[in-house]
Design a protein around this ligand. Structure first.
Ligand code: ATP
Length: 366
């Protein structure tokens, strides 16, 4: 996909999404940076030509005094474009990256749901993918993680993100070409100072890549191959899940995990633990691998806890439930949505998005 001008690349990416996600109002997450401003312009043109409804959201994390004016500049551009815009202010967020990210995703998803939207667009680019590759490689990620961000995924926060999909239609575009596009459109963007702060790993990776554009081209072509492999792996995982997983009273029940190759078993168990525990990410690496080894080996497995989840054997099945308190609400709906993403099939995604339980409110959104 690299090398396409941003407009056609954007349109190709949106054409691949299930129609039901595009029929409801579509949210655009705009920070005021170059990538998401280009996203806003491209989305506005695309929507105007097709009668789709768009709205824009900007999160002010409440950490930098300039952020208020930056959000106001996005609002002014939206007025010019004839699009509704809302600034979401995070109150008292801890200035740690993980909690800022969680707060941002929760605020965006709530605002989307308030407007009856099922889809948020973000401005992640091919350059973000290459940086992600390097960051994950440093953390020891395997090929599956090195495939990078998905073009369509679910809001990572739960339960606030319930029913909200995230699409990244600029993953095929280069940051520099988006800036060229904005210059031609005479639109100015802001450069958040944290984007230049080497205290952040992403910035250090960006600096490694920047002087060597060919470096990122090679990384992106490796990622392309890993993405193809991931589609095959996801389809296998999906087929296994449709036959071997069920949810009963908030507890996930699993059969025949031991028949999977170890790496796939770890991937499946990691996702199921994440869902049963209501977490944003699966437990990482070593502890998960050790747990799978214990389950798969002939040892007498009597149960374990990992990632906020209790795993115990029961009548030939594994049962997974939240370690603390009552079961996490909406487990079946979240599982169905994850399975649909793994299937890569637009009909499955439409079915998961359309499930009444998926759209029921688990948390007050006002
Ligand atoms: N404060 C925010 N408000 C709204 N959306 C945001 C915000 N921060 C990030 N996003 C969304 O997430 C995407 C990726 O986030 P990232 O932190 O990489 O972006 P950024 O460097 O802050 O801004 P940009 O990608 O627009 O240059 C953005 O393109 C945008 O769609």
């Amino acid at each position: 996909m690299q090398g396409l001008r941003p407009g056609p690349a954007f349109e190709t990416a949106l054409a691949a999404l299930p129609a039901c996600l595009l029929d409801a109002p579509i949210g655009v997450a705009v920070s005021g940076g170059g990538d998401s401003l280009a996203l806003l312009l491209l989305a506005q043109r695309w929507a105007a030509g097709r009668g789709r409804t768009l709205f824009a959201l900007t999160v002010d994390h409440g950490l930098r005094p300039e952020a208020r004016a930056e959000a106001e500049a996005v609002a002014a551009l939206c007025r010019q474009l004839g699009l509704p815009h809302e600034t979401l202010r995070l109150e008292g967020a801890a200035p740690r990256q993980a909690s800022l990210r969680r707060g941002r995703h929760a605020a965006l998803a709530r605002a989307a749901r308030q407007r009856g939207s099922r889809l948020l667009l973000t401005g992640h680019t091919a350059d973000d993918q290459a940086e992600t590759f390097l960051m994950r490689a440093r953390q020891g990620s395997g090929w599956y993680g090195l495939a990078g961000m998905r073009p369509l995924s679910l809001s990572p926060v739960w339960p606030e993100g319930q029913g909200v999909f995230i699409a990244r239609p600029l993953l095929g575009a280069r940051r520099e070409e988006l800036r060229t596009f904005l210059r031609a459109e005479d639109v100015r963007w802001v450069d958040d100072p944290s984007n230049d702060n080497p205290a952040f790993e992403r910035v250090r990776m960006r600096r490694l890549l920047c002087p060597k554009m060919s470096g990122s081209v090679q990384i992106l072509s490796v990622m392309d191959r890993f993405q193809t492999l991931r589609m095959i792996e996801d389809a296998a995982l999906w087929r296994w899940m449709t036959a071997n997983i069920r949810v009963s009273e908030g507890v996930i029940e699993v059969t025949f995990l031991t028949l999977l190759p170890t790496e796939r078993a770890a991937r499946a168990l990691g996702l199921l633990i994440q869902i049963a525990a209501g977490r944003e990410v699966p437990p990482r690496g070593e502890r998960l691998a050790r747990l799978v080894e214990r389950i798969v080996s002939k040892e007498d497995f009597r149960g374990a806890t990992l990632g906020g989840c209790q795993i115990r054997p029961r009548r030939g099945r594994l049962q997974l439930a939240s370690e603390t308190g009552p079961p996490i609400p909406g487990i079946a709906a979240r599982l169905a949505a994850h399975q649909a993403i793994l299937s890569g099939n637009t009909h499955e995604i439409a079915a998961a998005a359309g499930k009444e339980s998926f759209l029921e409110d688990l948390v007050p959104i006002f």
